[in-house]
Design a protein. Sequence first.
Length: 158
Amino acid sequence: MSEASKPESIPSAALPRKGGRRAVSLLLGFVIFASGVLVGAGGAVLSIHAMVTYRFKHPENAYARVVDRIDSDVHLTPEQRAKVEEIIEKKRQEFMQLISEGQPKMEAHWQSVRNEIAAVLDEKQAAVWKEKFDSMHSRLMPPFLLPPDAFGPPPPPH
């Protein structure tokens, strides 16, 4: 063979290694798996947050669920269910009365937190703080400023 027709030798470092492809494939698989975990966890957090927020803002639905849960756990007779519904309704009214009595104190407490922190800040910071606080407060605090009968009569028996 002549020198011109002889193939050039390629250094072994320049050749792709089979093990490198496997490592890249494993790394890519891990990245895809981790992304799925993060998306799933984020969806779960958002779902749980929405459910908890709804239940805090709509306590009137809780009492009907309590009766249904008791019934499914202990299999109430129709007479027992009627008595349990009466008890739950009475306790609902008592609870709402307690809330309506305590709510002004709670609201005054939160407003003092808002105002005391704002007093430490300069005017621009205080405006941002108050806006953020008011937004958080309206989203998270249940609407208990309503009178005990604000949610209307109890739901009809099943």
